[in-house]
Design a protein around this ligand. Sequence first.
Ligand code: SF4
Ligand code: SF4
Length: 317
Amino acid sequence: MKNILLGKTNIKVSRVGMGVLPIGPNQRALEIDEGAAVIRYALEQGINFLDTAQYYKTYPYIRTALKNTGLEPVICSKSLYGDYSSMDNAIEEARRNLDRDVIDIFLLHEVRTGQFEERQGAWECLNDAKAKGKIRAMGVSTHNIDVTEKMAGVCECDVVFPLINYAGLGIRNRFAPGTPEDMINAIGKCHKAGKGIFSMKAFGGGNLTGTYQKALDYVFSKPEIDSVMIGFGSLKDIDDCMSYVNGDMPKDYNPDISLKRMRIEQSDCEGCGSCIKACQSEAVFYNERGLAEIREDRCLTCGYCAAACPVRAVIMY
Ligand code: SF4
Ligand code: SF4
């Protein structure tokens, strides 16, 4: 697969990256060896770019997948924390648990409107970690157009990991829904400013998988996007993507999407509301019993609600 330079970072990544979230405990909860086999299979297909995060709890899968292989894919991780010392701990945790001295890319995870300013402690920590050689590049992941646009003017920002799909699912503009056109404009400004761009949620968290080729045609047609990060939970997910990338996918093929759903187990839910706060898509609501429920038509299956639930009542099935 063709590799491409990520902006001005000197880091070369494959056009397709593997999002590791789906194999981990917040989604499919595969056994470590089983998940590691999915990662190894992706690497064998020429994918050299892995996306993880502190809260995904997927470092053991990556470490196991790479053990004794001599392979050194580009690894991106990120943390939701905003202060200096918590970010420092997050970087050390990644270095330790991934068994790597240097993490290629480290990000402020899911920056919402106004949060870049609030998380300056963590940003300063990323800057220091880069100066010390603990990370090679720094940036943000975001669902927000306004945040993406802002990054074009932030000189320390090397890479941006924005949410984009043809239907605009999950795109935010400040505190309201945003359009794909406005997000592409914001991404274009970052690209022009020399930032490396890798995109997330081409399938809107599974909701666009029914229009698989249309969803991938959209992101791969954008010259502003260097690499497309796709969440893989199985070997079949990877086979589908490779078939698309290699141009041998039948034009009428679309994968079976009937299996992927989020659900809140009512017998476990305690009605604390953490999942409602964690969901940026406003897909969770209180039902008449005061328990949380998910509106499937708004859910991106991102798993944020599952991570926020203290009793693990949110499940993907
Ligand atoms: S309900 Fe949960 S999985 Fe669905 S979009 Fe909201 S946070 Fe993500
Ligand atoms: S976070 Fe868990 S326990 Fe709390 S309301 Fe949501 S599903 Fe229920």
